[in-house]
Design a protein around this ligand. Structure first.
Ligand SMILES: [Zn+2]
Length: 337
């Protein structure tokens, strides 16, 4: 198995292809070098300045993790890794004065900086489900300046959603959740790009739905669909942030394909289906915020994502517990990934 390089935007045009397989490369520097040999002069000119120095407008994600190219050119690669390479969007690498002002408080977080904000601007997150989890997750991603957000939900707003699904308000009952959400999210931050999809996730379309996403957020309320997303993310090597809630308790785990257990390793058997279950709105509020935080950490490289661990939150006695979770070598989903 070789290293897969996915090219986006103008790099894709320059190379004349969207994906290249490189037999072997020791590190990111060697990979970029090999890539220009395969893809030719036009791509080389976009990646390197005339002195042969890598341009600081080049963004690289290795298995969904942003690489700081000032320090990370030596990041080691192995067979099966997926490397995404993309240029900045919306007119260049510089953040606009409006963006610098809007995101000032988070830019000052140690390790985040303008570089972290640019990574946010270039990233694409898919929030699957716009209910109790997807509402706060997409809200905090939009407020933090996620460049591209796809929101996916085929349902309509019901009165019984309103105790927890904070993007949908009283007058939205009967509207599509995607339409209701996109309106609120754009009102919060018009600088981001939001795409809404009114589709049901199926085994047939899930691979296509997650395509192009740097992170997928699990905003589902049922395990069959969660497992479909988990499987597609493992196959596509896309980080997947799992969240689930019931009553006053919730759980969280970040699935980094190839790096830790997948959702099937942690939950091998589908829990019994409950069409209706109780939820206090604040519970998905907590877990949905943490899902947004995990996505932001994966994109910017700040902090350490919850990989190989599962968090259990109990609002009843206000406890947060994490346990170690391990890969199952026989897992039907992630075995061999
Ligand atoms: Zn697994």
């Amino acid at each position: 198995m070789a290293i897969t390089v996915k090219l986006f935007a103008s790099f894709r045009e320059a190379a004349g292809k969207d994906q290249v397989c490189i037999a072997a490369a020791e590190n990111v520097a060697a990979l970029l070098d090999g890539l220009t040999k395969i893809c030719g002069k036009t791509l080389a000119e976009q990646l390197y300045d005339p002195s042969g120095k890598l341009r600081d407008t080049v963004h690289v994600l290795v298995n969904g993790r942003g690489i700081n190219l000032l320090k990370g050119l030596g990041t080691r690669l192995k067979e099966g890794d997926v490397v995404a390479i993309f240029p900045p969007v919306s007119g260049g690498r510089r953040l606009t004065p409006d963006e610098l002002k809007r995101y000032d408080r988070q830019i000052h977080i140690h390790g985040f900086g303008e570089e972290g904000q640019r990574k946010m601007k270039n990233a694409h997150v898919l929030v699957a489900g716009l209910g109790g989890l997807g509402s706060p997750a997409s809200t905090y991603l939009v407020m933090a300046g996620i460049g591209h957000l796809t929101i996916l939900d085929q349902q309509r707003v019901e009165l019984s959603n309103l105790n927890r699904q904070m993007l949908h308000w009283h007058l939205d009952v009967g509207r599509s959740k995607a339409g209701s959400a996109i309106e609120k999210l754009y009102a919060m931050n018009p600088l981001v790009k939001i795409y809404s999809r009114l589709e049901q996730i199926t085994r047939e379309n899930v691979g296509k739905l997650i395509k192009g996403a740097d992170v997928v957020i699990d905003g589902m309320d049922n395990y069959p669909t969660r497992f479909l997303l988990n499987e597609a993310c493992v196959r596509g090597r896309v980080p997947f942030v799992h969240g689930a809630v019931e009553g006053l308790v919730g759980q969280l785990a970040t699935i980094l394909p190839g790096k830790g257990p997948c959702l099937r390793c942690i939950i091998p058997k589908e829990p019994p289906h409950k069409p209706v279950f109780p939820v206090l709105g604040a519970t998905p509020g907590v877990i949905g915020c943490l899902q947004a935080m995990e996505a932001i950490k994966l994109i910017t490289g700040v902090g350490k994502p919850l990989v190989g661990q599962m968090l259990f939150f109990n609002g009843g006695d206000v406890t947060f517990d994490t346990i170690e979770v391990k890969r199952d070598s026989k897992c039907p989903v992630c075995k061999g990934v």
